[in-house]
Each structure stands twice: as structure tokens, then as C-alpha cells.
Design a protein around this ligand. Structure first.
Ligand code: 9WN
Length: 451
């Protein structure tokens, strides 16, 4: 564990203790809310990262987190992006989603009707590794959970493969910016321009802007109107996967989610092999989906820069916006040399993590040198610890150990004031959005205790 990091910053030990306190304070027993004020529910991809963080405190509790999410899985395999608690204060809540009448949703929980990036098998594999390093008892707990949960995770991946892989390109299709986890990223500006809210959109009042110091740190009202319209369209389509794809004003092939799907498929297959689980045909499917997705990311990459670009499936337009998601090939090792080195030097260079003005040398969500970069507004410029963690983790696995360690160090520097911001102003290091954000605390724990 690292020691003191400099003036005004917490030592590694204190930071880990504070991160653990965040997860404990946000714990309702069955789930850790994404944050106490702004997000008092469980979010799908947050839960995966949170489970990794929990593994350093209590493996059993980490597995419960994944179990809670899987208990909300719809009967067709979809893992919903929000599992609602009884708390008020978040909009859109379950009534607005209107999923109560959907019979594919388990009756015991209220959920949203879309999904988020499929990082759960990546988390489970990580937790198994942590458990094995901890003790034989925890290893046994994690392994037996894996044997029990494996098929549910497979069904989740199969749902994606069946309903959300758009051929011939093979990219994972999203039907709402929220499904990417990068809600208002400029990646989605062009597709959102084609979303035209109807006059019959029921009225609503935003609550999210009340949970932050400055509403300018959140998406705009105009963006929210489109977000709500897409929900309305899906609700009218009964959240039927084929009907949603046919009727949604937003249908985009997402390179970042595709790369994560490739890695998650391989990790789930690896777990079955590692534990000798009797799922040979399913493992073969997973390997096929992984290879197909990796190829789709490679095909989406520019042959000169290596940057991978999303595809608007409605207009056919390649979305050449320079955001951190364009480095998706690095997540799943999709590119051969010299393109991988090209991408790495771009991402570490002055347009990105090597920009001379950054408070911590990790990639922001959008390059400061791109028109429209906004250092304070959500996914349009700030640094997101969880994204940095994903790249550091992938780079370490891919053998780029020195860079992975550097980003771990710089990522910890970003978090070292101990407030666990949702995202950070890249030039000042100011925490923005929510504080006590659970997944930020979780990645801090992994960087501090697992490397
Ligand atoms: C909408 C919970 C979630 C994250 C997303 C992040 C934000 C929600 C919101 O918060 O999205 O899903 O209301 O803004 O963009 O990645 O999972 O932390």
C-alpha cells in the first residue's frame, strides 16, 4: 500500500480506510447505493466495480452485491441498469420507467428497462483472484458463488449476443446514451440530434441538478428531454428487445461497450475452464462472441490513428468524436502493432494524459484540445476514476506494466483528498458531481490493496 503522497493529501492507509467507510456508509445490507444523495439505488456497472472494492473488505459481502444484481435479472437475461431501493429523490424512478407491468422483470424488485456495459464477469474474475489471495475459506466462497452464478451471467451475455450485436459490423448496440454509462458524452451528440421529443412526452421535474453544487456539472435540460423521450418510446414498446430496436430514435454501435463485452466474455469463459464447470457449449459461444467483438472493435478503428469510432446505426454515420472511448482497442487488445503503440503514445501524449495542464496525468473523458471540451460538465471533459481504472487494469493485463502503474499512481493522486468525487476537474483536481461515490471508493481500494 502506498504511503504519504504529499501535502494536503491522505496517505494510502488513510485513503483506504476512508474508501472502506464510504462503501460501509452506502451499504443498505443487500446493496451499496451508487452514492448517498444523488444516486440512492443500485446501478448495474457501478455494482460490478463496487463488488471488486468490497472484496478487499469482505468477500462474502462482495458476492452478495453481485447476487443482488443478478436477482434483478429479467427472465430473458437482461441485467437492468438500475435496481431501485425504496428511496425517493432520484428521477426517473420506477413509476416513470413503467416496468411494473413487464412480466419479464422479476416481481420482487423494481428496475429500469435498459442496461449498462457488461463488466460483471470481469468483476467476478477479479473477486475470485482477490479471494484466493486472501484465504482458502474466501476462495471457496468465491468459487462456489461462481459455480452458482455462472449460468445467469452467461444468459446476460447471450441476451446481448442475441439482441444487441448489430451485424454486419458486430458492435454492441445501445438504445440510450445511459446504456453506454457515458450519458452526455459528445460521442452521442449527433445521434441525439435525431431524437425529437414528441408533444405527448409527459411532464416531469428533474431532481438530479439538486444533488450537485452547480447544475452545470450535469447534462443540460435539452439533453434530459431527449433522455426522457427515449424512455417514453421504450415504455410504449413494452421494453420488448426487437420492438425497442425497431422504434427507438437512438440506435448506436458503441465501441467501448463492445470492447468490454469482448473482455467479459473471455473472463466468463476463463472462469468456467478454471473451475472445470460443465458448460462446454456455452464456453464455445463466449469465445466466439469475444472474438467477434474484438474484431468489431478492430474494424471500427481508423487505419492510421488506431482510434475506434462508434457507428450511428440509424444514419450509417461513423461518429468521429475524439473522446476517451476511442481508445477502446486498448481495453481488449484489438489491434496489432504498430497501431497499438500509436494509440498508446496518443493517449499518453499532450492531447490526453500528457497534457501539461493536468493536475493528475490520467486521461480526461474528452481531450482538452478538442473543440467543445468542457472541464466541468460530466462526460464532456472531466476525469472519471473508474474509466482510468479500466484502462490501468487492461494495460496491466496486456503487459504494459509501467504505464499501468503510473496511471494507478496518478489515479490515486486524483483521489487523495479523500472526498471520492464522481468525476474531477482535470486542471484543478476539484471533485465534481456527487461525493462519496461508491465506485470511486471501490477503485481506490483495488489500486491500494490489489496491486
Ligand atoms: C443515469 C451511477 C450512474 C453511472 C453512470 C453515470 C450516471 C445516471 C445519471 O450515474 O448516470 O444512469 O442519472 O446521471 O453516467 O455511468 O452508472 O453512478
Amino acid at each position: 500500500m502506498s504511503t504519504a503522497t504529499g501535502s494536503g493529501r491522505l496517505s494510502g492507509t488513510t485513503l483506504a480506510a476512508r474508501a472502506a467507510a464510504v462503501l460501509r456508509d452506502n451499504d443498505t445490507g443487500a446493496l451499496v447505493t451508487a452514492s448517498p444523495k444523488l444516486y440512492p439505488h443500485m446501478w448495474s456497472w457501478d455494482a460490478a466495480f463496487i463488488a471488486i472494492g468490497l472484496a478487499y473488505l469482505d468477500v462474502r459481502r462482495a458476492l452478495t452485491e453481485l447476487g443482488t444484481l443478478l436477482a434483478a435479472q429479467w427472465s430473458d437475461g437482461m441485467l437492468p441498469h438500475i435496481v431501485f431501493t425504496d428511496a425517493d429523490g432520484y428521477f426517473p424512478g420506477p413509476d416513470r420507467w413503467g416496468t411494473d407491468t413487464v412480466t419479464r422483470r422479476p416481481a420482487s424488485v423494481r428496475t429500469s428497462g435498459i442496461c449498462q456495459p457488461p463488466v460483471h464477469a470481469i468483476a467476478l474474475r477479479r473477486i475470485v483472484d482477490v479471494a484466493r489471495a486472501n484465504s482458502a475459506v474466501e476462495a471457496e466462497l468465491a468459487e462456489s458463488f461462481t459455480a452458482r452464478a455462472w449460468q445467469a451471467l452467461y444468459r446476460w451475455h447471450r441476451w446481448i449476443a442475441r439482441h444487441r450485436i448489430a451485424e454486419p459490423q458486430g458492435l454492441l448496440t445501445i438504445v440510450h446514451g445511459w446504456e453506454s454509462g457515458m450519458d452526455n458524452s459528445p460521442r452521442w451528440d449527433a445521434p441525439y440530434a435525431g431524437v425529437r421529443p414528441g408533444p405527448d412526452l409527459p411532464p416531469y421535474v428533474r431532481l438530479d441538478t439538486l444533488g450537485v453544487d452547480d447544475p452545470a456539472e450535469r447534462p443540460s435540460d435539452d439533453e434530459y428531454h431527449r433522455y426522457l423521450w427515449l424512455i417514453e418510446q421504450m415504455r410504449r414498446a413494452g421494453y420488448e428487445p426487437a420492438e425497442v430496436l425497431a422504434t427507438s430514435d437512438f440506435r448506436v454501435g458503441d465501441v467501448f461497450s463492445t470492447a468490454l463485452f469482448a473482455v467479459a466474455c473471455d473472463d466468463l469463459a476463463h472462469l468456467a475452464d478454471d473451475l472445470s464447470l460443465p458448460f462446454r457449449a456455452e464456453v464455445a459461444d463466449l469465445r466466439t462472441w469475444a472474438a467477434r467483438s474484438r474484431r468489431a472493435v478492430a474494424d471500427a478503428a481508423d487505419p492510421v490513428s488506431g482510434l475506434a469510432f462508434d457507428l450511428d446505426l440509424r444514419s450509417g454515420e461513423r461518429l468521429r468524436t475524439r473522446t476517451v472511448a476511442a481508445f477502446a482497442p486498448l481495453l481488449c487488445s484489438a489491434l496489432a502493432e504498430p497501431l497499438e503503440t500509436r494509440l498508446l503514445s496518443d493517449l499518453t501524449g499532450p492531447d490526453w494524459a500528457g497534457h501539461p495542464g493536468l493536475a493528475a496525468a490520467v486521461p480526461p473523458s474528452v481531450s482538452p484540445r478538442v473543440n467543445g471540451f468542457d472541464p466541468r460538465r460530466y462526460w464532456r471533459g472531466p476525469q472519471w476514476p473508474v474509466v482510468v481504472w479500466l484502462f490501468s487494469f487492461a494495460l496491466r493485463r496486456g503487459g504494459h506494466t509501467a504505464l499501468a502503474r503510473r496511471w494507478r499512481q496518478e489515479g490515486l493522486r486524483l483521489l487523495s483528498d479523500g472526498s471520492f468525487g464522481e468525476y474531477y476537474e482535470p486542471f484543478t483536481g476539484e471533485p465534481l458531481g456527487s461525493t462519496q461515490q461508491s465506485w470511486t471508493a471501490a477503485v481506490a481500494l483495488d489500486w491500494l490493496c490489489g496491486w
